[in-house]
Design a binder for this molecule. Structure first.
Ligand code: MGD
Ligand code: MGD
Ligand code: MO
Length: 786
C-alpha cells in the first residue's frame, strides 16, 4: 500500500496566504473569499483587496524636500513635517547607493542600522526584513536588533529558568494534551480569540476556538484572570476574576505562599526537578525584607479578596491545573517577573511535564500555539553572515538614537549604543510598534539618512527621507509556511501592482547592482527561481524525515501541501519529567531554576535572583495615579494586524467619528460625564491623543482599553508632542526597558486621564497621501534662467 505523506486536494485552486490565513481567489469579484477548509477564518482579510489602490498608496519613489535640496544630515527640515518630491526610480536608487557608500566609507558599516523590526507580510521569500538583512550582509554588514516586541522579557528570562524558549515560542503542551486532561485551566490575560486570528508566517486552519471549546466541553473549570472580562469568549462561560493591571506577580507569589503555608506544595517535585526553592521560599516568607507575601499582602496590591486568593491556591492544589498566561503580561514594567512566578507556582503544584498540568505562555496570543509542531523544517531566505556583531535589544531604538556612546545593561552584559548615521527600514512600522512616539519622533531627527520601503503614506513613510513603494503580498507569488504549522502553501498573485512598483527584493537588487554586490545578493537567480529553490529545499528537508512531497507544479496548482504531524503529542517538559538525569534542562543546574545564581550574579536592582514583586513605575497603586487615575491597556486590534490596513474598510468601520474607540467602565465614564461616542482627549505623562468613548462593564473600574493600530497622526508635526488625532496609544505609553535584564518594551504599564473634548475636534488626516510638491531644484533652475 502506498503511504500518503501529504494530502492532495482533488481540485485546483488559487490561494493568497497572509499572516491571518489563506484566502481563495474569487474569480467573480476579482477579490478574495475565505479558504473553505478553514473552520474559523479571519474575515477581515476578505475585504482588504478593495483598498489596495486607495489614495494612501505610495505610487512612486519620493524624497523629503529638504533632503533633496541639501542632502544627508540633520541641519535642514524636520522629519515628519515636510512635503515630499516624487523622483524617478533611477534617481532614488542612485541616491541611496551613494549614501550607503558614503556612510560605509566615512563611518563604517557599524553606523548603519537595519534592525527593521516588524511583521511585514507572510511569505518565506518576500519577507522584507530578511531581504534587507541579506542585502546588508552582502554589503559589509549592519547593526541589527535582537528579541521581539511580542515577548522580549519572556525571551530573556525563560532560558535562565527552563533553559530554552519552549512553552513561549513553540514546544507548548498541545491542546490535545490539555482538553480532557485538565480539570482547572487558569488563564492570566485570558485567551482572546481576536488574537488567534493571526499567526506569523500564516496558518491554514484556525483551530484555537475549537480547542478552547473542547476544554469547556470536557468539563474543565475555566478561569479568566484579567482586568477585562471578554479576554475569554462568552461561549466559553469562563469565570472572571478581575484584578488591577500589572499586579499578577503579587497574586502568583501569594498563591505560592498559600501552598507552602498550608503544606500543599509538591515537595518531591521541588526536590527532584528544581533548583533554588529555598531562596524563593525565604523571599515569600519575608525572611530578608520582613514582608510576608501572603494572600492579605497580595490583596491590597491586586484588589482581589484575600479569601479568594487562598481558595484559588487550594483549588489549584486539589485539581489538575494548567496555568496559561498571555504574552501581554510581560509587555510591562518588570515583565520578567509574572513569567518566572508562574513557572514557580506550577513547580509548587508539581504537575509540570504531565498532560493537563504545568504552564504555557501565549495560548491564543497567536493562532498556532498548542498546535502539533511541523515535522519538517521549512526553509527561509538565507540571510548570510553579518560581519558587524553589534546589536541592540529591539525596543531600545530611541535610546540608541538619542544616546550614542552611552552604556547600558542587557542580560549580564554591559553594552554601548552605537552612533547610527543611516537607518534603513523595510516591512515594519516603528511609528506603530514603539512606545512614547513623541520621543521617537525626536530620536528620528538624529541620523543623517532614513530610508523606508512602504505601501502606504503612513507615519513610517512620512518620517523617512527616501521612500520606495513596494508591492503588497497580494501582488506577488510566494511560498508560505509557519514554523509552528504543518503546511506549506503557495500564494498566487491576485493582481499586478500599480505601474512601476516592484518587490522589496527587486528594489534591493537594483541598489545591490549599484554597490557591486548584485551577484552575491541574487546568486544569479530570478524571483521565480528563488521560489523554486525554497520549495526544493522544503522537499529535501521533508525527504530527510521520510516524507515525500508533490512536484512544484502540483504544489502551485493546489496551493497547500499539508503533512501529518509524526511524533506523538507530548506535554511541555515531558522528557525532563520522565528522566531529569538523561534529559536535563539547559540551565546551569539542569533543573528548573526558582532561584538563579546567574541572575543574582548580575546584581541588578530591578531583577534579583528569584521571582519578586516590584511596583511598576505606573500602576493604580502608584503616586502617578493621583493625577492619572486610569490604567491604559493597549491590546491587539481585532479588526486588523497591528497598523496594517488601518486605512481599509474592516478597520475604518470599527472606528467612531473616524477615531479609535477607547473602552471605559460606566462608573469611570459617569465621573467624567462621558456618553458613548463622545470624543475624548486621553492624556498621560508623555502625550495626548483623541479617541471615541465606548462604555462597557467588560473592563474593570479604573481600567481603559485602547487597541493599537491607528496610524499616528500628530496634529502639528512641526512641533514636539502635539495632540495625536487618531487614537494611537503609543503617544501615551512609556519607553523604558522591562528591567536591566531583558530591556523589553513595557507599554502595558501606563496611566492616563480622560476628559471630554468640547468643541469641534480636528479631523483625522492619517489616510491622506503625503503632501507632494514639485521638485524645488527644477523651480530654482527655471528661476535662474528667467
Ligand atoms: N502600545 C503597544 N504597542 C505595541 C504592542 C502593544 O501590545 N501595545 N505590541 C507590540 C508588538 S507585540 C508588536 S509585534 C509590534 C508590531 O509592530 P510592527 O510589526 O512594526 O507593525 P505592523 O503594523 O505590522 O508593521 C508592518 C509594516 O510593514 C508594512 N508592510 C507589510 N508588508 C510589507 C512588505 O511586504 N514590504 C514592505 N516594504 N512593507 C510591508 C506595513 O504597511 C506596515 O507599515 O507592535 C508592538 N507595539
Ligand atoms: N487580530 C490581531 N491578532 C493579533 C495581533 C494583531 O495585531 N491583531 N498581533 C499579534 C501579535 S504580534 C502578538 S505579539 C500577539 C499578542 O498577544 P497578547 O500579548 O496575548 O495580546 P494583547 O491583546 O496585548 O493582550 C491580551 C490581553 O491581556 C490582558 N492584559 C493586559 N495587561 C494585563 C495584566 O496586567 N494582567 C492580566 N491578567 N491581563 C492583562 C488585556 O486585557 C488583553 O486583552 O497577538 C497577535 N495577534
Ligand atoms: Mo508581537
Amino acid at each position: 500500500m502506498k503511504n500518503k505523506d501529504f494530502s492532495e486536494p482533488s481540485r485546483q485552486r488559487k490561494l493568497v496566504g497572509s499572516h491571518w490565513g489563506f484566502y481563495e481567489h474569487d474569480s467573480k469579484s476579482g477579490g478574495l473569499k475565505p479558504f473553505r477548509e478553514d473552520p474559523d477564518p479571519a474575515m477581515f482579510g476578505t475585504e482588504l483587496t478593495q483598498d489596495r489602490l486607495s489614495p494612501s498608496r505610495i505610487l512612486r519613489p519620493a524624497i523629503r524636500r529638504s533632503y533633496l535640496e541639501h542632502g544627508p544630515g540633520t541641519d535642514h527640515g524636520r522629519r515628519g513635517a515636510e512635503p515630499f518630491v516624487e523622483v524617478s526610480w533611477d534617481e532614488a536608487l542612485d541616491l541611496v547607493a551613494s549614501e550607503i557608500s558614503r556612510v560605509r566609507q566615512t563611518y563604517g558599516n557599524g553606523a548603519i542600522f537595519s534592525g527593521s523590526y516588524g511583521w511585514s507580510s507572510a511569505g518565506r521569500f518576500h519577507h522584507a526584513q530578511s531581504q534587507l538583512k541579506r542585502f546588508f550582509n552582502m554589503a559589509g554588514g549592519s547593526v541589527r536588533s535582537v528579541q521581539t516586541y511580542s515577548y522580549a522579557a519572556g525571551e530573556v528570562i525563560l532560558p535562565h529558568v527552563i533553559g530554552n524558549l519552549n512553552g513561549l515560542v513553540s514546544g507548548h503542551t498541545p491542546w490535545g494534551q490539555i482538553a480532557g486532561h485538565s480539570e482547572f485551566i487558569v488563564m492570566f490575560g485570558g485567551t482572546p480569540l481576536r488574537n488567534a486570528q493571526v499567526n506569523a508566517g500564516g496558518i491554514t486552519r484556525h483551530t484555537a476556538r475549537s480547542a478552547l471549546l473542547a476544554c469547556r466541553d470536557s468539563g474543565a473549570r475555566l478561569l479568566n484572570i484579567s482586568p477585562v472580562r471578554d479576554d475569554t469568549e462568552a461561549e466559553l462561560s469562563a469565570e472572571w476574576q478581575p484584578l488591577r493591571p500589572g499586579t499578577d506577580t503579587a497574586l502568583l507569589l501569594a498563591l505560592s505562599h498559600t501552598l507552602i503555608a498550608e503544606n500543599l506544595h509538591d515537595q518531591d517535585f521541588l526536590a527532584s526537578y528544581t533548583e533554588g526553592f529555598e531562596t524563593f521560599r525565604a523571599y515569600l516568607m519575608g525572611e530578608q525584607d520582613g514582608i510576608v507575601k501572603n494572600a492579605a499582602w497580595a490583596s491590597t496590591i491586586t484588589e482581589v479578596d484575600a479569601a479568594v486568593i487562598s481558595d484559588l491556591a487550594r483549588m489549584m492544589a486539589r485539581k489538575k491545573t494548567f496555568i496559561m498566561m498571555s504574552w501581554s503580561l510581560q509587555r510591562a514594567d518588570y515583565g520578567e517577573q509574572p513569567y518566572w512566578a508562574a513557572i514557580a507556582l506550577a513547580s509548587l503544584l508539581g504537575g509540570i511535564g504531565l498532560p493537563g498540568q504545568g504552564f504555557g505562555f501565549g495560548y491564543a496570543s497567536v493562532g498556532s500555539i498548542g498546535q502539533p509542531a511541523s515535522p519538517i523544517n521549512w526553509p527561509s531566505l538565507p540571510q548570510g553572515k553579518n560581519p558587524i556583531t553589534d546589536y541592540i535589544p529591539v525596543a531600545r531604538i530611541a535610546d540608541m538614537l538619542l544616546n550614542p556612546g552611552t552604556e547600558y545593561d542587557h542580560d549580564g552584559t554591559r553594552r554601548t549604543y552605537p552612533d547610527i548615521k543611516l537607518v534603513y527600514w523595510a516591512g515594519g512600522n516603528p511609528f506603530h510598534h514603539h512606545q512614547d512616539l513623541n520621543r521617537l519622533v525626536e530620536a528620528w531627527q538624529r541620523p543623517d539618512t532614513i530610508i523606508a520601503h512602504e505601501h502606504w503614506w503612513n507615519a513610517h513613510a512620512r518620517h523617512a527621507d527616501i521612500v520606495f513603494p513596494a508591492s503588497t503580498f497580494m501582488e506577488r507569488n510566494d511560498v508560505i509556511a509557519s514554523g509552528r504549522d504543518s503546511f506549506i502553501g503557495w500564494s498566487s498573485s491576485l493582481a499586478a501592482p500599480p505601474e512601476g512598483i516592484v518587490t522589496d527584493h527587486e528594489i534591493l537588487r537594483r541598489i545591490a547592482g549599484r554597490l557591486g554586490v548584485e551577484a552575491e545578493f541574487t546568486e544569479g537567480l530570478s524571483e521565480d527561481q528563488w521560489l523554486e529553490r525554497l520549495y526544493g529545499q522544503a522537499c529535501v528537508n521533508a525527504a530527510t524525515r521520510g516524507i515525500n512531497m508533490p512536484d512544484i507544479e502540483t504544489f502551485q496548482n493546489t496551493g497547500i501541501v499539508e503533512v501529518a504531524a509524526q511524533s506523538p503529542e507530548r506535554a511541555l517538559l515531558a522528557d525532563f519529567r520522565a528522566n531529569p538525569q538523561t534529559h536535563p534542562l539547559r540551565t546551569p543546574s539542569g533543573r528548573i531554576e526558582l532561584g538563579s545564581q546567574t541572575i543574582a550574579g548580575f546584581a541588578y536592582d530591578d531583577c534579583p535572583g528569584h521571582p519578586a514583586w516590584f511596583e511598576p513605575k505606573e500602576w493604580l497603586g502608584s503616586p502617578v495615579a493621583q493625577q492619572f487615575p486610569l490604567h491604559l491597556l493597549s491590546c491587539q486590534p481585532h479588526d486588523k494586524l497591528h497598523s496594517q490596513w488601518d486605512h481599509a474598510k474592516p478597520s475604518r468601520r470599527t472606528k467612531a467619528s473616524g477615531r479609535q474607540p477607547v473602552r471605559i467602565h460606566p462608573k469611570d465614564a459617569a465621573k467624567r460625564n462621558l456618553a458613548d461616542g463622545d470624543t475624548v482627549t486621553i492624556t498621560s505623562p508623555r502625550g495626548a491623543c483623541l479617541a471615541s468613548v465606548s462604555i462597557t462593564d467588560a473592563v474593570r473600574e479604573g481600567v481603559v482599553q485602547l487597541a493599537t493600530g491607528a496610524w499616528f497622526d500628530p496634529s502639528d508635526p512641526s512641533v514636539a508632542g502635539s495632540l495625536e488625532l487618531n487614537g494611537n496609544p503609543n503617544v501615551l505609553t512609556a519607553d523604558h526597558g522591562t528591567s536591566r535584564l531583558a530591556q523589553g518594551p513595557s507599554p502595558n504599564s501606563c496611566l492616563v486621564e480622560i476628559a471630554r473634548f468640547d468643541g469641534i475636534a480636528p479631523p483625522v488626516r492619517a489616510y491622506r497621501p503625503a503632501d507632494l510638491v514639485p521638485d524645488p531644484r527644477k523651480t530654482t533652475r527655471r528661476n535662474e534662467v528667467r
